[in-house]
Design a protein around this ligand. Sequence first.
Ligand code: GLA
Length: 383
Amino acid sequence: MSDDEAARLAHAAFAERFGGPPEGVWAAPGRVNVIGEHTDYNDGYVLPVALPHTTRAAVGRRTDGRLALASLQGDGALVELGLADLAPGRPDGWAGYPAGVVDGLRERLAGGVSVLVDSDVPVGAGLSSSAALTCSVALALRDLVAPELTRDDLVELARRSENDFVGAPTGILDQSASLLCTAGAALFLDTRERRTEQVPLDLAAAGLELLVVDTRTSHTHADGGYGDRRRECEEAAARLGVPALRDIPDVAGLAALDDAVLLRRARHIVTENARVLEVVRILRSSADPREIGPLLIAGHVSLRDDFQISTVELDACVDAAVEAGAHGARMVGGGFGGSAVVLVDRDRAGAVADAVRERFAQEGYTPPRTFDVVPSAGARRIA
Ligand code: GLA
């Protein structure tokens, strides 16, 4: 769907729901991470691209001091409460994400605000539908009431909504991707220094496709597994006497870790940071982008064996894709379900997707959903 069409739909839906037009419509994308998984809360490196799929927020200020939230997805129920009643967990569910952003700018929004959201970012697929939601609202509120905020400030505003309001202990990968990515490029982000570089990624010119395979198996950030990994990484860093695992340059630096589980977790982070740097080096050079394929596969193996957050469906997807001729494949996102990415020659993409579907059918898994990703634009005002 074009931005214009998406804006028209959200505008009309807002007017119908709230009895008058919004002040504008904003869109923010989901993301898929090329490489650099779970490195963000270890002060490390990530390399996401924005999806063409977005969440749109139509927003208008009110005068009654209330927050009203409506979504075209789900049951259509309106969530409404006084701004003074906002608190972590109130409201809960999907509404907690935008409410947390509003809460972060509460003193600027004394009159209240109405928000209608519409989205085509797959939910629960590890593609950051929650960041698309928080970032579309954050950009809207910046434009309406807080023009001095930079996009980096909005990353923090959206992250705080997830961490402190919703209670999901994420890093800044998803929010940074949604707000800072540009079309035709992957975003190389050093999460400690907050340094970014747009790394051109024209896969079509190289005859390649980046295929997303959504296994449609469950995934939720607030779940215990993600928080456990985060605590394990922090414990490993503490035992090694460094501020974060980012400070360990190579696996030799892990020799002092005598706990087998912590060693595995830390080894994933240390090797994953090195893989991000190597992928960026390849993409910056004139080398064939196919050369990143083995690094993607190594990243998957590390998430499967050392970080232990893959699933049988994700492993089957990677195996079947590589067997069918993909150059690389790996699970993406927080883990325990969700999606994988597959780097494949354009003329093999159909056959590789078929091979994955066949493997899933053989194993009795839920049929996956596949689509091709073109690195797309970050959050923007669309009306
Ligand atoms: C989730 C989190 C991110 C990041 C990834 C794993 O998407 O929201 O902050 O930690 O998992 O790379």
